[in-house]
Design a protein around this ligand. Structure first.
Ligand SMILES: C[S@@+](CC[C@H](N)C(=O)[O-])C[C@H]1O[C@@H](n2cnc3c(N)ncnc32)[C@H](O)[C@@H]1O
Length: 401
């Protein structure tokens, strides 16, 4: 039988290895966050899991599922927690609100704010609140306050906050998060838009929020009054479009025919890139860009490229669509990005898409060049331009220098 001492020793060495791994990945950047990760016993927040799973840098652990088996609450992967803590730049003495409670991230925050700071973590689910409280107490973080609340309204009784860190996939930015952030405060939030999620680090600029930071992430969706379900539009057997706008019209019959029509292949001449920045660029370039999902069966039959399996931005015009794919580049040893297009206007949509890929490669690639501005707007306002992503309570503008 393993003794408590042996478990603690193994946990300590796995924790040290995780810190080294996160440094090597380049996500751990500040000594403060590294020290917090090296200190907090993550396994005490991952009860029932093997130590190796608790200390796997890239592994999220599901805590609760709904009746259909979808994750409702999880202990997020340390990797993404570190990314967001680095975005937040938490300092000793700060007041921090965490939206969504697994306990572990709140403990990391408690290390970062120190004894003079305050951490409040709020969850909409009573069971999760109880669990987070128990784990925090067991790990020695009794000073973290755990609150049961729909945090779409923030936690006004503990406001203002120097930092609000949202750890569920938000559809929009409710006014409470802006109002409860102090003047020089920062809101770190994974925002869902047009089928992708990026974590932004917003600072207030007048009434607007502005972020120069955007990091790839995935989170369970927000529940409660801020919940939003994207539309999943079936097109053909094994093919669906994921669309933000509930009213956007699509010619699904024509698209269904296009799926099985011969495809056009256009190669861009530029190298393939990871989705981090490129997909933010693509999905915010035009509202015609929606997320295409396809089944493994259609990929195995050669009808669609493997990029559809995880969802890929697709440009849809009438009964035609185009999406990105890749092929090996013998000269560079890497991959070339290209476009597969189907339908009567395949040439047109493929050319448009390939042009976006080229523009990305020549002007913006891996330069951290995007600036994201969230502009609060009265509900139902018309958005002024096609590049602006409409939200319920505002609009998101992404510009590239
Ligand atoms: C990914 S988990 C949180 C992970 C956690 N921060 C950690 O330390 O790993 C997301 C949590 O957000 C909670 N949540 C969803 N909608 C919420 C809302 N409107 N208000 C507060 N919590 C919410 C869920 O119940 C879930 O527990």
């Amino acid at each position: 039988m393993t003794t408590v001492r042996e478990t603690d020793d193994t946990a300590a060495s796995l924790r040290a290895a995780m810190v080294s791994e996160l440094r090597e990945m380049g996500v751990l950047q500040s000594e403060a966050v590294a020290t917090a990760v090296a200190t907090v016993p993550r396994h005490l927040f991952a009860t029932g899991e093997r130590l190796e799973a608790a200390y796997a840098a890239n592994k999220a652990l599901v805590i609760k599922r709904d009746e259909q088996g979808h994750a409702m609450s999880s202990l997020s992967a340390t990797h993404i927690q570190v990314v967001m803590l680095e975005q937040a730049e938490v300092e000793p003495g700060m007041r921090v609100l965490e939206v969504g409670s697994g306990g572990y991230n709140a403990a990391l925050l408690a290390e970062l704010v120190g004894k003079t700071g305050t951490v409040v973590t709020a969850d909409i689910d009573g069971e999760i609140v109880k669990r987070a409280r128990a784990c925090l107490d067991a790990a020695g973080y009794g000073r973290v306050q755990v609150v049961l609340a729909d945090a779409d309204g923030g936690v006004p009784e503990h406001a203002p906050f120097d930092r609000i860190i949202v750890t569920a996939g938000a559809w929009d930015i409710p006014p409470a998060w802006r109002e409860q952030t102090s003047e020089r405060g920062r809101l770190v939030v994974p925002l869902r838009m047009r089928g992708i999620t990026r974590s932004f680090a917003f600072d207030q600029v007048g009434q607007d929020l502005v972020s120069a930071s955007y990091r790839l992430c995935g989170f369970v969706p927000m529940q409660g009054s801020g919940a939003y379900t994207e539309r999943l539009l079936p097109v053909a057997d094994g093919v669906a479009l994921q669309v933000d706008d509930q009213r956007q019209a699509f010619d699904t019959e024509a698209l269904a025919v296009a799926v099985h029509a011969p495809r056009l292949e256009v190669w861009s001449g530029v190298s393939f890139d990871l989705p981090d920045e490129l997909e933010l660029f693509l999905v915010t370039s035009t509202p015609q860009m929606v997320m295409l999902h396809g089944s493994k069966a259609l990929v195995d039959q050669g009808v669609l490229a493997p990029s559809v399996l995880r969802g890929v931005p697709a440009l849809v015009a009438g009964g035609s669509f185009a999406y990105r794919t890749k092929r090996p580049n013998e000269e560079t040893g890497g991959f070339e990005s290209g476009v597969f297009a189907h339908g009567p206007e395949a040439e047109f949509v493929a050319a448009q898409y390939a042009e976006l890929l080229r523009r990305w490669a020549t002007d913006h690639r891996r330069r951290g060049a995007a600036r994201i501005r969230y502009v609060p707007m009265p509900e139902g306002s018309a958005v002024p331009s096609a590049q602006i992503v409409a939200k319920r309570l505002g609009a998101l503008e992404v510009s590239w220098s």
